[in-house]
Every structure is written in structure tokens, then in C-alpha cells.
Write a protein that binds this ligand. Structure first.
Ligand SMILES: [Zn+2]
Length: 467
């Protein structure tokens, strides 16, 4: 029998919205300050997990809470397990909301509230997909598990715990990103380059500060300089600002001069979308007569990193036909007189190369100066063949449900739960035509999108679990 999934989803709409309202009301932000052995991430994430699992129990599913870190709702049995990976934790609300972020409010057809879009709304839509499937009396030939993490926004503690204590599902999807589908995620590696404290005697860099996080393009940069030539430097700096795509200002004081640069922040996975205030400021300072380790620190940024998101100057630019370019973000740059210089570079790399190639490029650069470099993290690239049935089936369902016949699977620089499984992809629930408000004030998801997602998930589960 063929189901009309869109019609079914509309029939479940009121029940879905009532459950979503209850989930949104749980402030499930990770809270390390109140962490205990029983609640390792604080009480909020565990309470949201319990709430979600209680829907599963109510509706006749098998459920399990594993150590208040992760849980699952299960249906059916078979040799293989198909997994749907979602999460119940949310980002802190932050300022600037027009409604209470923890009281779901529907205005103009949009459901507002923290988690409506990331990821309670989509996770619950996948749950209702599973519920519609079960209520329709269809029997799966695989075991289906909807697995709920409680720490996606920080360290994936819950989901990692699941893969330690339970057998790994080999295929499935994560409704925690966007439609149509993400079948490739670049590798992600970070490196720290360090320089000593040696300064000049005439021109002294007292402090340099730019960037907060390795995965963000820094919007602001500041340098504090001790000099008797403050006026001259101020003039040169203003000329520099006239020629470059950044704003800024200079403050002259009794000791010297303080310079500020303002660029544009962006996510570090595509640094071209931002303007890096820190590398611009270092590039300006590199035209002055600094000495010692300071000179090397500035020259490293100006000559090897500045305005070069594809890392040509490091000699490691690389493009894979399918996964695209290696990208580099210079996320944190610091210098002070006690600790010397520090530069954090984050790379997103396609298959066909690896952290060793990146290390070699950085090492050649810092060896020509007086610095040192070390790798601090790495996640391998993840790629599922577009001809794999998981990709083909989900794309077909998406196209059938939306009529978007041109839709194609995508490769991104970011990391989703999809990468936890060998044949794992990210699938929804943000539609290409809807504004992305995840992690922002006034987070919302149109109700019609959530219902459409529910229909897509219902049909997807049927196609994948009855083959
Ligand atoms: Zn998420």
C-alpha cells in the first residue's frame, strides 16, 4: 500500500506541535557548573532526553536512557540497524529575542523558540516519521533506532558514549543540518604556531590580540605599540586603511599608539565569506621596522597566511574534484611580552591529502623564521558515494516530496553526526528556501517546513527499512 505521507503528516500536526512545545520548554543547555556524576552535562540536557523518551514510551516504542548522556527509541528487528541521529541539547538563548526562547510561539506560520530549527524540531519530525510508519502497520526488516545525543553543541559526549557502549549502526541519517542532503564532510585539522618574546628596542609590540575561536574569522584586532614615532605610524595606518577592505582607528597616547582593525566575521569553514581583521593588522605592522621574534610572528602572518584561504603561499593548496578545496582559517592570533606569539590555523581538507601535508607546509614556513608548530586536532574527511542506496533513496524521496528535480547532494566543511556512521549522511531539516537561524536570537522554523520534513522522514524510513 502506498501512503500519502504529506496528508498523514498533516493529520499528526497538532500532536507534533504539542510535543514540540513541551520539548522547547526544557532549557537543555549544557551546564558544566552543575555537573554531577548522575548528570554529567547538568540537568537540562538529561531532562530533555527524558521528555523525548517519554513520548516514545507513550506511543509504544522500546526506549532506553544510557547514563543520562544519550538515549534511543527503537522499533523493529533485523540483522542491520538503521540509525537516525539527532540531539536534544541547545545553544544558550543569548540576547535579542522578541519572544521567550523557551516557550514555543507560533507567529505568521513560524514556530519560534530555541531548538525549533536545531535540533528539537527536526529530531521530533523524524520521530513522527517513525511513528507514522509504525501506526500505518508497516513492518521493518531492520532494527530502527532514533538515537538522541545531549551534547552536540560542544563535544558530542553523549553520541560518542553511545558508540562506545552499543554496536555501531552502519547506515542512517542525521536530521541536523539541511536539505537536500550532505554526503561529504571535509577533514578538519588545527595547528598552533608559536614564536618567542624577543622584541626590538625602538619599536616595541606590547600586545597583539585578534580572534576568539578557531572556527570563526576574526572581526576585530588590536595592537598596542610602544614608540616615539606614534604620529608617523598613525598616518601610515590611515593610508593603509584607505586602500584595504577594513575599517579601523588609531589612538595616540603618552607611550605610543594603539591600533584597531574591524573586518567581518564569518564561519571558519569558508573564510572567503569574512574579512580577517587580524591578518590585515599584522600585514600593516609587517611594513614597520619591528625586530626579533615579533618580526617573525608578523612576517609569518603577513607573508604566509594573509588573504590566502586556499593556502597557496604555504604551498599546500589542493582541490579534490568531488570534495572541493582545502580551506584555511586563521582564527586566533596573539602576542604578549610574557608568552610571545601564538597563531591558530584551522584547515578543512578534502580526501586525497591529510594533516601531514599541511604540517609540512607550515613547518617549512616557520622553520624559515624562528617559530615552531604543532598539530592539536584532526578529524578525517567523511564521504559516502552518491550511488550508495542511502544517498539515492533519500534524494529520490526528497525530490518526490518537494518537486525539486535539480536537487543534488552536497559536500560541506562542517561536521555533523552523519560522520559517525560509515554510510551516514545529514538529511534536513532546513530547506534551501528558508532562512538559517540556528544558534541565533529568534530561532524559528516554518510549521509547514516541519510538517514537510515529517512527511519526508516518514517516507524515507519506509523506503530504507523495508527494502
Ligand atoms: Zn544541531
Amino acid at each position: 500500500m502506498t501512503q500519502n505521507w504529506q496528508k498523514l503528516a498533516e493529520d499528526y500536526k497538532e500532536d507534533y506541535l504539542a510535543d514540540l512545545k513541551e520539548l522547547i520548554a526544557v532549557e537543555s543547555v549544557r551546564d558544566d557548573e552543575h555537573a554531577t556524576t548522575e548528570f554529567p552535562l547538568g540537568k537540562g540536557p538529561a531532562a530533555a532526553l527524558d521528555k523525548f523518551l517519554s513520548f516514545g514510551e507513550r506511543d509504544g516504542f522500546t526506549t532506553k536512557n544510557i547514563d543520562n548522556l544519550v538515549g534511543y527509541i527503537e522499533y523493529g528487528d533485523g540483522e542491520e540497524t538503521m540509525a537516525i541521529l539527532s540531539h536534544v541539547d541547545v545553544m544558550p538563548a543569548g540576547a535579542g529575542w522578541d519572544t521567550n526562547p523557551f516557550e514555543m510561539t507560533i507567529k505568521d506560520g513560524k514556530a519560534y523558540g530555541r531548538g525549533t530549527s536545531d535540533d528539537k524540531g527536526p529530531g521530533l519530525a523524524a520521530y513522527y516519521g517513525l511513528k507514522m510508519f509504525k501506526d500505518a502497520g508497516i513492518k521493518p526488516n531492520v532494527k530502527i533506532r532514533l538515537i538522541l545525543g545531549t551534547d552536540e553543541e560542544s563535544n558530542w559526549t553523549g553520541m560518542k558514549h553511545y558508540f562506545e557502549v552499543e554496536p555501531a549502526p552502519t547506515f542512517g541519517f542525521s536530521p541536523d543540518a539541511e536539505f537536500p542532503l550532505i554526503n561529504g564532510e571535509k577533514g578538519n585539522a588545527s595547528f598552533v604556531s608559536e614564536f618567542g618574546v624577543k622584541n626590538g628596542s625602538e619599536l616595541i609590540l606590547k600586545e597583539f590580540d585578534s580572534g576568539l575561536r578557531e572556527n570563526m574569522v576574526p572581526r576585530d584586532a588590536e595592537a598596542v605599540i610602544e614608540t616615539t614615532h606614534a604620529e608617523e605610524i598613525g598616518e601610515k595606518f590611515n593610508q593603509f586603511l584607505d586602500d584595504q577592505p577594513v575599517a579601523g582607528d588609531a589612538e595616540i597616547n603618552s607611550e605610543g599608539i594603539t591600533l584597531h582593525v574591524v573586518g567581518k566575521a564569518a564561519h571558519g569553514m569558508e573564510p572567503k565569506n569574512g574579512v580577517n581583521a587580524g591578518t590585515y593588522l599584522a600585514t600593516f605592522l609587517n611594513t614597520l621596522q619591528f625586530d626579533g621574534d615579533v618580526k617573525d610572528f608578523l612576517s609569518f602572518i603577513a607573508n604566509y597566511l594573509h588573504d590566502d584561504s586556499r593556502a597557496h603561499k604555504l604551498g599546500i593548496n589542493f582541490t579534490d574534484e568531488i570534495m572541493g578545496d582545502l580551506t584555511m582559517n586563521v582564527g586566533i592570533m596573539k602576542f604578549d611580552q610574557q608568552n610571545g606569539g601564538f597563531v591558530n590555523t584551522n584547515f578543512r581538507y578534502p580526501k586525497g591529502m591529510g594533516p601531514n601535508d599541511i604540517m609540512k607546509g607550515l613547518k617549512d614556513a616557520v622553520d624559515s623564521l624562528s617559530g615552531s608548530v604543532q598539530q592539536i586536532s584532526n578529524m578525517e574527511p567523511h564521504y559516502v558515494d552518491p550511488n550508495d542506496p542511502i544517498v539515492k533513496t533519500l534524494m529520490q524521496v526528497y525530490i518526490e516530496q518537494t518537486g525539486e528535480t535539480d536537487a543534488k547532494p552536497e559536500v560541506v566543511g562542517g561536521g555533523t553526526y552523519g560522520r559517525m556512521m560509515e554510510r551516514g549522511v545529514a538529511f534536513g531539516a532546513l530547506f534551501p528556501w528558508t532562512e538559517d537561524t540556528m544558534h541565533q536570537a529568534n530561532e524559528f522554523q516554518p510549521v509547514a517546513d516541519l510538517i514537510k520534513a515529517m512527511a519526508i522522514y516518514g517516507q524515507s524510513i519506509k523506503e530504507l527499512a523495508t527494502k
